[in-house]
Design a protein around this ligand. Structure first.
Ligand code: SF4
Ligand code: SF4
Ligand code: SF4
Length: 378
């Protein structure tokens, strides 16, 4: 625990309370205050981590990290606390009955053959080896688990490959790819993260890829930050699909139809505050002839979709989702665009279920960035 407190700068906390002021969870949950969590941990470390449920309340959105005057890495501190907490059976209450985490652990521990590429269509060109690897993440599992909902998640990897094919790229996709381990890592299971990391890095190296493209910001964050923290720098480049599209447009390799749409963009916590990628998705949308209008809270102030690692879904999550949807609706945009599978899943969940606000205040169509871009291709 001392190492976690030192590594994340938690000892530097001066109890100014700025983190609590900006924390979206503290806004609705009066019993939660990040300042108090840091303080309690540095005062009564072991007792605190054994029983404290606050470590599971935080949505790891990093709003506090970006505001802390002493640069305390609060989300890193929470992640470390969680790894300690699970040792004492202080575990999260995961949504979907823990199904997601189980699916991810099976991928870490077994060699069961997957059907990870069921989303592929005959007109999409992909390869087994090549310069560019497309890491799809767990979208095919999410698609099966939420098949009763109108999410059409398999349309996302289809759109990504369609965009690449249009620009003359035939990406490698692999049935041997496994979950990146993001959600297990953020729920205290670093051992599973390492097993998944080993499999994924071997698969990518075997493909000969020099560049890996991600449509899931959580996968990108996990490779770019967590894997490289453990394994050192990779010899392949890692980019989000929005960065690839931005580059391809600048190189004149993608052309779009005219017909301007007014859209607003949801900066997911991982793509935005964790990775600092704000302009590429906006540039990509503008290139696709969209007018991007901003919500009141955008870029590094963007509101979280309310759930992290399938471990924080509760009444507060719903309030955060409703807040975000109301902001999106208020812009007058025709569509809320997101570059993260999870934002799409969680925000639309609030629309599909009963909430405390009239439906007309939150009923804006939500679409994935790659789908919007692919639909606009000439
Ligand atoms: S903002 Fe930083 S210094 Fe202030 S209470 Fe929070 S963690 Fe401590
Ligand atoms: S990471 Fe987000 S939810 Fe967690 S304490 Fe910080 S601001 Fe609050
Ligand atoms: S918001 Fe909906 S989809 Fe997301 S974890 Fe909660 S119940 Fe599941």
């Amino acid at each position: 625990m001392n190492r976690i407190i030192e590594d994340t700068g938690a000892f530097d906390c001066v109890e100014c309370g700025k983190c609590t002021t900006v924390c979206p969870v503290a806004k609705y949950n009066p019993n939660f205050a990040p300042r108090t969590v840091v303080l309690k941990a540095s005062e009564g470390i072991v007792e605190n981590v054994q029983t404290n449920r606050d470590v599971w309340t935080c949505v790891t959105c990093e709003m506090c990290n970006s505001m802390c005057p002493y640069k305390v890495d609060y989300s890193g501190f929470i992640r470390g606390m969680r790894a300690e907490a699970v040792k004492y059976d202080n575990v999260p209450v995961c949504s979907q009955g823990g199904l997601m985490q189980e699916v991810m652990r099976i991928q870490a521990d077994s060699t069961v053959k997957q059907s990870r590429l069921d989303w592929l269509k005959p007109d999409l060109k992909v390869a087994d080896k090549g310069e560019v690897f497309y890491f799809t993440g767990c979208v095919s599992y999410f698609d099966s688990i939420f098949k009763e909902r109108p999410l059409k998640l398999s349309g996302i990897p289809q759109a990504v490959v369609r965009i690449m094919n249009k620009a003359g790229i035939t990406p490698v996709v692999s049935n041997d790819e496994v979950c990146c381990g993001h959600d297990l890592n953020w729920t205290g299971d670093e051992a599973a993260l390492k097993k998944l990391m080993k499999k994924n890095v071997e698969t990518i190296k075997a493909s000969g890829a020099k560049k890996v493209v991600f449509s899931c910001p959580e996968c990108l964050r996990t490779f770019n930050m967590d894997y490289q923290d453990i394994m050192g720098d990779f010899d392949f480049e890692m980019v989000h699909i929005s960065e690839l599209v931005d580059d391809l447009v600048k190189e004149g390799k993608l052309k779009f139809k005219k017909g301007q749409k007014k859209v607003t963009f949801q900066d997911s916590c991982r793509l935005g505050r964790h990775l600092g990628i704000y302009d590429p998705p906006r540039n990509a949308l503008k290139a696709a002839d969209a007018q991007v209008v901003e919500m009141d809270n955008n870029r590094d102030k963007a509101l979280c979709c309310g759930v992290s690692a399938w471990a924080t879904c509760d009444e507060t999550s719903r309030k955060l989702q409703v807040d975000r949807l109301k902001e999106a609706k208020k812009t007058g945009a025709e569509c809320l665009v997101t570059g993260c599978y999870k934002c799409l899943i969680h925000l639309s969940c609030a629309q599909e279920n009963k909430t405390q606000v009239p439906k007309e205040q939150i009923d804006i169509p939500i679409k994935d960035l790659s789908v919007v871009i692919a639909e606009a291709l000439e």
